[in-house]
Design a protein around this ligand. Structure first.
Ligand SMILES: [Zn+2]
Length: 164
C-alpha cells in the first residue's frame, strides 16, 4: 500500500521517504518483495528496505504514532519530507540512518537484558518453590552436639548416646 502522494509529487520525495512510508504502513518491511538481477522475485529483505523500515520505526518510537502520522501528513501537504526530521532536530538523511541504527542497537540490548532478567526471575522462582535441602546436621536436644544427619537414622546422639 502506497500513500496517495500522487505522481506529480513523487519526485519531491526521496526514495527512503516514499518507500519508507509505504513499508511502514503496510508492515511489509521484513518481507518486501525484491526483484533481483535475473528479473525473478524473491521475498528476501533488502538492506535498503530494512533501513527504510527502521527509519520509520525510529521516528515512531520518538514521536509517538499520532504525532508521527500528523507530521507525515504535514510532509505530504507541504511537499517537504524534512518535517518529521526537523521535529527531532535531525539534520539530514545520514543522521537519521545513524540515529536509527544506534536506537536499534540500544533496543536490542534492552531486549537482551529484559530476557536475561526474566530468565533469572524464573530461576529464582523455581529455587523458591524447590524443597529446601535437608540440613547436614541435627542438634542433639540433650547435649547440643551437632549430630551428622547421616547418622540420624540410628536415632541416637553419637556424643551422649541418648535418644534424639
Ligand atoms: Zn547428645
Amino acid at each position: 500500500m502506497h500513500l496517495n502522494i500522487g505522481y506529480e509529487n513523487v519526485k519531491t520525495f526521496p526514495t527512503w521517504f516514499d518507500e519508507g512510508t509505504a513499508i511502514f504502513f503496510s508492515g511489509s518491511g521484513a518481507k518486501h518483495v525484491v526483484e533481483d538481477f535475473n528479473g525473478s522475485y524473491s521475498t528476501a529483505p533488502s538492506q535498503d528496505y530494512q533501513q527504510y523500515d527502521l527509519n520509520f520505526e525510529y521516528l515512531e518510537a520518538n514521536l509517538g504514532r499520532p504525532r508521527m502520522l500528523e507530521l507525515i501528513k504535514q510532509s505530504i501537504d507541504q511537499r517537504d519530507y524534512t518535517v518529521a526530521l526537523r521535529a527531532l532536530h535531525i539534520a539530514d538523511y545520514s543522521t537519521l540512518v545513524s540515529e536509527a541504527r544506534d536506537w536499534q542497537q540500544k533496543e536490542t540490548i534492552k531486549w537482551i537484558v529484559f530476557w536475561i532478567l526474566g530468565i533469572l526471575d524464573v530461576v529464582w522462582i523455581i529455587r523458591l518453590t524447590l524443597p529446601k535441602a535437608p540440613r547436614p546436621y541435627v542438634t542433639c536436644k540433650h547435649c547440643g552436639y551437632e549430630v551428622d544427619n547421616r547418622t540420624f537414622q540410628h536415632q541416637f546422639c553419637t556424643q551422649c548416646l541418648k535418644k534424639l
